[in-house]
Design a protein. Structure first.
Length: 219
């Protein structure tokens, strides 16, 4: 036999949403996907919200199905007016004329409510997709900026390397020129010393010649 809670919620199981839930007790249901307990407030809003947040793939699969099956599903729903009361005993249910009229009213009113919920969910999904697209664009822009900075860094590094190479070349050229000047100064110094030596030698020979000439004159 079925419990009173299951009898009260049984009509809702005809909704496609109930493919993912089962009755846990009189106040709540359990998700068959993640076993999370949800408070049941007399309609499927909490279950739809749970699927949208926790199981988006399953929620997306309900999009077209709910629109196609909503009228038939809502004709079997349990949205009773507060002015009516139905006592359900185990293995038995009582349906009064007032309840039937209330269900007829809900059959006309609830589809608009469900359609409104679906539109809200679709709008939220569109906003989420737009946000994801904007984030992807921002990520691409940041990646492009990073690439430009990397290219600039490489260009600066190349320019700095070329500048260092140029400076090193000039330094080596200056060192080579300095060594050449030093060699030239050394050569000039040797030439000067050799010239001075030759001058001294010539002066010495001249002095000897003069002395020899005077000696010859005296004799």
């Amino acid at each position: 036999s079925r419990s009173i809670a299951e009898l009260k919620m049984a009509p809702r199981k005809r909704s496609v949403v109930w493919n993912f839930f089962r009755v846990k007790d009189e106040e709540g249901v359990e998700c068959l996907l993640c076993m999370l307990y949800l408070i049941h407030k007399g309609h499927t809003t909490s279950m739809l919200r749970h699927l949208r947040i926790k199981h988006p793939a399953e929620f997306a699969s309900l999009g077209g199905t709910m629109k196609k099956t909503a009228p038939g599903m809502l004709q079997r729903s349990e949205m009773n007016t507060t002015k009516e009361a139905t006592v359900v005993e185990e293995n038995c249910s009582v349906i009064t004329k007032s309840k039937l009229s209330g269900r007829l009213y809900n059959t006309l009113a609830v589809p608009k409510y469900i359609e409104s919920e679906i539109r809200v969910f679709e709008r939220e999904r569109e906003l989420i997709e737009a946000l994801r697209s904007a984030q992807k664009e921002e990520a691409r822009a940041l990646e492009h900026q990073r690439e430009l900075l990397e290219m600039l860094r490489v260009a600066n590094a190349r320019e700095a390397a070329a500048e260092r190479e140029k400076i090193e070349f000039l330094r080596r050229a200056q060192e080579e020129e300095s060594r050449d000047l030093s060699r030239q100064r050394e050569e000039l110094q040797r030439d000067r010393e050799e010239l001075e030596r030759q001058q001294r030698q010539l002066q010495h020979e001249r002095d000897e010649f003069c002395l020899l000439s005077r000696e010859q004159q005296t004799t």
